[in-house]
Every structure is written in structure tokens, then in C-alpha cells.
Design a protein around this ligand. Sequence first.
Ligand code: AKG
Ligand code: FE2
Length: 300
Amino acid sequence: MTRIPTINLARDGSARGLTDAFASDDFARRGFAFVAHEGALPEPEIVRKCFAESRTFFDSSDETRKRALTGDAPGIGYTAFASEKLDPSSSSVGDSKEGFYVVRERAKNRWPSAAFEDAATTYYESMYALGKRLLPALARACGVNDAYFDAHWSASSHNCVLRFLKYSASRSDEGEGQFACGAHTDYGALTILAVENDGSTGLEIYDRETETWVPVTPPPDHFVLNVGDLLERWSNGRFASTRHRVMTTGERERFSIPFFFEPSYDAVIEPVCVGDGEAAKYAPIRFGDYLQEKYAQTYE
Ligand SMILES: O=C(O)CCC(=O)C(=O)O
Ligand SMILES: [Fe+2]
């Protein structure tokens, strides 16, 4: 049974409530939680605004979208339809989605419009602030001092990335190797994902106990928070980075907005949550070097 804890910062944003959620076995085993928009953002309305801008952008002409392409700077701006395969071993075609990346250094971003820039920048800053609010409780759940993770997410050097995604209305088909987003784990620390309130999100997580894919349906106006490989490593395996994928039914397009909450390149990831008498399972590694290793594995 996959139980996903819900975090409500408006109600139990107190140190205690948050710490309890992160300390729960359900969170540790699945690495997934829901977070209510209310209390997490200064203005929850900004999520709706971002989805509206996202729709406008992805509905714009080929020419407008391609203008936001950054061939020389991958990982910024527009990424074309089906240009990625997150699970190459099971996929016959590229994932049925297109995307738009936003990075911290404002001047590097490629904005299709001032309205999009405005909404996305506000949202980016709110999500960075939300991630920072989670860090003390995460530290406490790991048995280290509250400020432990803070220095690694300094405002001038963190590597948080916001991404707008549009999945086409095609039908995913596992047997045919057609996925909206192929099975993968996130490589970083934490992902905070916004989905539209349409009831059936298409997001699925792999349940190792039953060896089945289980749909993840957040309550309306809730984010999906999940642990990535970096935090699994950082927590010495306490928090699981769980495989997930997106399957679409072919009825309609799907929009989502993941925010990847990542530290500075110079952050040294040294396993915490190492119990008495236990040994660390991983050697310390600089985040920048860890990323290079990941890319080398992905593209070898
Ligand atoms: O769109 C989604 O629901 C999930 C996307 C995702 O898993 C990712 O971008 O890493
Ligand atoms: Fe993901």
C-alpha cells in the first residue's frame, strides 16, 4: 500500500509538524509527500497564473517557441517535442512532451514574453523560498543541526531549476514503448511539482513491494514533493529516490511545472543520517562532480 503523507504548512508548518512528516516511515520509504499550496506560497494564485502563461507559450507558433531554443546552452529555454527519452531502454520513441527551462541567473534565461517572465520569476523565487523552509525540518529528521543544509543553498549560488512541461494528447502505451515521460528517478535533491487540478494526473510511482506502477493523485491545490538521487545519497539511503513516470490517456493535453531544488556546485555531499555503529555507504562528493558523473552515466 502506497501512503503518501500530506504536509500543510498553514496548519502544521511549525517545526514539529514538518519534522514529523519527514521523519515518517512512509516518507522515508517512498520519498514522496504532498504539500498544500496554501501556507506554502505567499500567493497560491501564482500557480494558476503560471499554468496560464505556460499554455499561452506552448500554444504559440512554432516560430515563437523555437525563438526560445538555446542550442548553445542546453538546460535553458525551450526543449522541443520528443527530444528526450528518460527511459531509453524501454522507449521506442521520444517522450511525448516539450518543455521550457528557467535557471537562477536571470540574464541567461530566454523569455518568450514579459508576462511569462514575470509569472515564472515570481514563482521561481517563491519555490526557492519554500524549499529553504523545508531544510531545517529535513535536517532534524536526519539528526543534524537545523542549519546544516542552509549554507549549501545560498541565494547567489544554488542551482534550482524551474521547468514548464506540456505533454501532448497522445496515448502512452507501455507495450509499444511510448511514454509521456519514461521511468526515471530525479537526479537531484528535492523536486516540488505542480500539476493542474484535473483529477487524474498521469504521474505514477513504482512500488517495489508489489512490483506495480501506482498512480499519484495529489489533492487539489497540492504540490507533489519527491526525493531525488542526491538526497538519497546525502541521507545515506534513509530517504528513497523512487522511480516514477507519466502515462497519458490520449484524451487531453497535460501541463505540469516541476521545480528542481538543487544546491551549489561546491556543496560537499557527505552522508548524514548515519546511525551509531553504522558506516556511511557513500564517499563525500562535491555536487558539481556528482553531476558530471551522472551525465557521464546517462550519455555513455
Ligand atoms: O510531469 C510530471 O508529472 C513529472 C515530471 C518529472 O518526473 C520530471 O520532470 O522529472
Ligand atoms: Fe521526475
